[in-house]
Design a protein around this ligand. Structure first.
Ligand SMILES: [Zn+2]
Length: 580
């Protein structure tokens, strides 16, 4: 079944077939590494990951190139402000971006290409453009693309630039104007700015030229697919087409895929609206990377996605269902044989799943047959009507689901641990949810090592040591269950006790204020200051939720009240107790 995908260039759904049998050659615009990636960025990268994995599922190899923009207006400005070279400024953001992709299980493209490592190739392209009369140099030494030389300008964005002003120029990398202008290919060096000494003069590339130069470098003059966020259609992709096709006289890409915007709570995401989230923000709030992945891919790429926390909670529950079922089916003791009904259902689910993905990557429709299958199989398991071959067939469907969705296998501990460690080393521990702060700090591999130690101790009949290991794992919130086939372990929902004294508390016009002292929190391995500021904020929140509202108008003064607070896996339970 070929993959059918909307093509921005033709304005219709076309089959996406590699021109070259060896692999589908695709280029996706990558990040500008001047800040941490937000969930709108990651929606685009995740949807391109869905495309990539669907192609692989359909048996099509992929040669996927992604650029990393490590020089542009914003980077130069920010690095100047920080007083450091641009490479020093971008390096941590580039590694954070790659870590974030890994947290979200976005597969790494075959080729990552940094702009600053391809300056020669860009200079060559500017020279070629000058030769054909499509580029000119201004008196101050910058180079511009001559829009008048490319009559097809606007064919991707379907914008009509008939009234374009000849010779009008725009020198910033990003612009939103519908009126087309000659755009910068190469910007002459300004004092104090990063620049390169090249045959076309000292300066630095404009933003658009890098993608033309690097895509052709790695994928040839014409490749199968070019992808990016919808905001790149104009001007960035329109400009790429103009730059490349003016030189090659061949189409740059045959197919163009664009991922629609993400809204948060129905509004455009922005820092001033308070609805701006990086991936790390969400991990620190305690949401799992798998849930963020599932939420961001479950709305098909051509639909606007309205991201909400309810959606994240729904995704968390869906993953729980998938994992619980997978574990139940894998561990069930089944008789050999099969049932006609389950075999047929597994086959139909697989076919419907692949058909939905092949139909313009309809991820929402692709989920449905999988959850239908789980429902039916759970009922059959309850009735003892699942046999060995049924299990094989159902597990094969789940494996094919996970080949694209990749949320059943549990890899959530590492991204969360990583985000908490990052917050600690960047002075942002106050943003970590208390539940995460109090969670075990043992990594999966540390748990496994302790388990090996315990089993060695048992073999040596050193039961005291074995019990001690079990006890220390329990302290870290890890519980064990022994069976003849080995020891299984799981992380418990967090239960930690929080004790503090309130020396002064009051309610005024509906707002609570309290002075809290002697806060003690039983958390292992924390520095007190880190935890206390967060715990106080949490305590305030819990107090506001739990204290009886009919008494508290009065001031309590110095009377001491002790609260014992238990943090459960969901909402904290708070029980006030006035000491005698
Ligand atoms: Zn690009």
């Amino acid at each position: 079944m070929p993959l059918r995908l909307f093509n921005t260039l033709t304005g219709q759904i076309d089959s996406l077939v590699p021109e070259d049998a060896a692999a589908l050659r695709m280029y996706a615009c990558g990040p500008t590494v001047y800040d941490y990636g937000h969930i709108g960025n990651f929606r685009t990268f995740l949807q391109i990951d869905v495309l990539r994995r669907t192609l692989l599922l359909l048996g099509i190899s992929v040669r996927h190139v992604m650029n990393i923009t490590d020089v542009d207006d914003k980077i130069i400005r920010n690095a100047q402000t920080a007083g450091i070279p641009i490479g020093e400024y971008t390096a941590p953001f580039e590694s954070a971006f790659l870590e974030d992709l890994e947290s979200l299980r976005v597969q790494r493209p075959e080729q990552l290409a940094r702009a600053t490592e391809h300056i020669d190739r860009m200079v060559m392209l500017v020279q070629q453009l000058a030769e054909v009369g499509a580029a000119y140099q201004t008196d101050e030494g910058s180079w511009y693309f001559r829009l008048r030389s490319f009559p097809e300008y606007g064919k991707l964005s379907k914008k009509d630039f008939d009234g374009m002003e000849d010779g009008a120029r725009v020198d910033v990398d990003e612009y939103e104007k519908d009126s087309a202008r000659d755009f910068a290919l190469w910007k002459a060096a300004k004092p104090g700015e990063t620049s390169w000494d090249t045959p076309i003069g000292r300066g630095r590339p404009g933003w658009h030229i890098e993608c033309s130069a690097m895509s052709m470098e790695y994928l040839g003059d014409t490749f199968d697919l070019h992808a990016g966020g919808e905001d790149l259609i104009f001007p960035h992709h329109e400009n790429e087409i103009a730059q490349s096709e003016s030189v090659t006289h061949k189409p740059l890409a045959r197919h163009w895929m664009h991922v629609r915007f993400l809204l948060v709570d129905g509004r455009k995401m922005s820092k001033s609206e308070g609805n701006f989230y990086t991936l790390r923000d969400l991990l620190l709030k305690g949401y799992k990377a798998s849930a963020i992945r599932l939420a961001l891919i479950s709305v098909p790429y051509r639909h606007q996605h309205n991201f909400t926390f309810d959606g994240l909670i729904e995704a968390t529950a869906a993953i729980e269902r998938l994992r619980t079922f997978h574990q139940r089916l894998t561990r069930a003791a089944l008789q050999p044989g099969s049932t006609v009904a389950l075999q047929a259902l597994a086959e139909k689910s697989q076919a419907d799943y692949v058909a939905a993905l092949s139909n313009d990557l309809n991820t929402a429709e692709a989920r449905a047959p999988i959850f239908d299958l789980i429902r039916a199989a759970n009922t059959a398991l309850d009735q003892g009507q699942v046999f060995g071959e049924d299990r094989d067939a159902i597990l094969a469907v789940l494996a094919s689901f996970d080949a694209v969705f990749d949320v059943i296998a549990d890899h959530d501990a590492e991204p969360t641990a990583h985000a908490v460690a990052w917050a600690r080393s960047n002075g942002r521990v106050g943003e970590v949810s208390l539940e995460l702060l109090s969670r075990s700090r043992l990594s999966d591999s540390q748990v496994e090592a302790l388990l090996r130690e315990r089993s060695e101790a048992k073999k040596r009949r050193n039961f005291a040591r074995a019990d001690e290991v079990r006890g220390s794992l329990a302290d870290e919130g890890v519980s064990l269950s022994d069976s003849p086939t080995g020891t299984q372990w799981r992380r418990n929902p967090v239960t930690r006790h929080l004790k503090f004294d309130i020396v002064h508390w009051r309610e005024k016009t509906g707002e609570w204020s309290a002075k809290i002292e002697n806060l003690a929190i039983e958390v292992t391995g924390q520095t007190a200051i880190e935890v206390i500021s967060k715990a106080q904020a949490e305590a305030m929140r819990m107090l506001a939720n739990t204290i009886e509202r009919d008494q508290p108008g009065e001031e309590v003064g110095d009377r001491q009240i002790t609260f014992t607070v238990t943090l459960g896996s969901k909402l904290p339970i708070c029980s006030p107790r006035v000491p005698a």
